[in-house]
Design a protein around this ligand. Structure first.
Ligand SMILES: [Zn+2]
Ligand SMILES: [Zn+2]
Length: 119
C-alpha cells in the first residue's frame, strides 16, 4: 500500500494564498495594485458636501472620476465605488486602464461640460 501524504505539495498550495504583501494597496476602482507614487485619496462624498470617508485610488483613476462627475453628482448619486463603477464612462475607463502598467499616468482631459463649471 502506498498512501503517503505529499507534504511538500500541500505546503506549496497553502503558500499560494498569501502572495499579497502587507502594505500593498489595491485600487477599488480598477483592482490593480497602487504604487506609492500614484496614491490619491478620493472623498466618496466631496469635502464641499461635508464628506469624510475616503478611498485610496490611482491618481489616474481619481482624476477620471472628477473628469466625469460634478461634485453635486458625486454627493447625490455616485458616492460609493459600486455606483461609480456602474457608470458607462467609468466602465470604459476601467477596461482601458486595466491593461496599463500599475504606475501608468497621463494627463486626464476634462470634458468640455465640466471645464466651464469648475467651482
Ligand atoms: Zn476625489
Ligand atoms: Zn485604479
Amino acid at each position: 500500500m502506498t498512501g503517503r501524504i505529499k507534504k511538500k505539495q500541500i505546503q506549496a498550495e497553502l503558500s499560494k494564498t498569501s502572495y499579497q504583501q502587507p502594505g500593498v494597496l489595491i485600487c477599488p476602482l480598477c483592482d490593480r495594485t497602487i504604487p506609492k507614487s500614484q496614491r490619491d485619496e478620493h472623498h466618496l462624498i466631496p469635502k464641499s458636501h461635508r464628506g469624510r470617508q475616503t478611498k485610496v485610488l490611482h491618481r489616474i483613476c481619481h482624476r477620471q472620476i472628477h473628469a466625469i462627475f460634478t461634485e453635486n453628482e458625486l454627493a447625490r448619486q455616485y458616492n460609493t465605488i459600486e455606483q461609480l463603477k456602474s457608470h458607462a464612462d467609468i466602465m470604459g475607463f476601467i477596461e482601458w486602464v486595466r491593461l496599463k502598467p500599475a504606475d501608468f499616468f497621463e494627463r486626464t482631459r476634462k470634458s468640455r461640460r465640466l471645464s466651464n463649471a469648475k467651482a
